[in-house]
Design a binder for this molecule. Structure first.
Ligand SMILES: Nc1nc2c(ncn2[C@@H]2O[C@H](COP(=O)(O)OP(=O)(O)OP(=O)(O)O)[C@@H](O)[C@H]2O)c(=O)[nH]1
Ligand SMILES: [Mg+2]
Length: 220
């Protein structure tokens, strides 16, 4: 079981040169605007540290959150920073602003070598968008040997029963093929499902440590 302590907001930056010197391994959240990046950070950290909103475009800067992850069984204590980003391709800014932001974003993603895990959040209702496949290929193209790209579907609670069953099947199939998919753990009105939250934290924790051999069990 993974427990997380000392979660707090560290700082914000608009480009690489403004970022704090890295002191921990880092996980960055990527995905379209409104896909649930900030919410996912809050879910993982069981906090309200990252500002989320139903209006796309809420996150406008690179935001750093630090925390300490403990694997009680293995007696590991690892400081980890989670990085929240603005949505990829968010269009409601001027063309000039968008171009500058994209340049800053890719400089950051390419050169911030303390990022060990790129989490690509994909809306489970829209699994085949060009913007997501382009993003995945762009990340694959810059990935170093010690970095991993982990896709995670969000908003699966909005799927019909039938589509959810299909997604579960697809998740199991892709896991077998050595890619990884986690189902959403978003539970706005009921307490978090501890089993599922723990499973996803474990998968992320061990992916960060470079262990991609543990397939994620298809439970929950
Ligand atoms: N139903 C459901 N809603 C979700 C889920 N994840 C996030 N949301 C909602 O989706 C909206 C957007 O969530 P955010 O976390 O702000 O999304 P974001 O990707 O950070 O958005 P930007 O900062 O604009 O890029 C909020 O209203 C969340 O409550 C989910 O898994 N299921
Ligand atoms: Mg956000």
């Amino acid at each position: 079981m993974i427990t997380i302590t000392n979660a707090h907001f560290l700082t914000s930056a608009s480009k690489l040169s403004e970022c704090p010197a890295p002191t921990t391994s880092e996980i960055v959240m990527l995905g379209r605007s409104n896909v649930g990046k900030s919410t996912f950070i809050n879910t993982l950290l069981e906090s309200n540290l990252a500002k989320s909103s139903s209006t796309p475009g809420k996150t406008r800067l690179i935001n750093f959150f630090t925390s300490i992850w403990h694997d009680q069984e293995k007696d590991l204590h690892i400081p980890i920073s989670l990085i929240d980003l603005p949505g990829i391709g968010y269009a409601k800014v001027s063309k000039q602003e968008l171009t500058l932001w994209q340049r800053n974003l890719w400089e950051f993603l390419q050169q911030r070598s303390s990022i060990k895990l790129f989490i690509h959040l994909i809306d489970a209702r829209h699994q085949q968008l060009a913007i997501d496949s382009n993003l995945a290929s762009q990340i694959q193209a810059i990935l170093r040997g010690d970095q991993i790209l982990l896709p995670i579907y969000t908003k699966a609670d909005k799927l019909t029963k039938n589509d959810l069953a299909k997604l579960k099947q697809k998740a199991a199939l892709i896991t077998t093929n050595n890619a990884t998919i986690a189902r959403t753990i978003y539970r706005p009105k009921s307490p978090q499902d501890p089993t599922l939250l723990d499973m996803i934290r474990e998968r992320i924790f061990y992916a960060l440590l470079g262990d991609i051999s543990t397939d994620m069990p298809n439970k929950g």
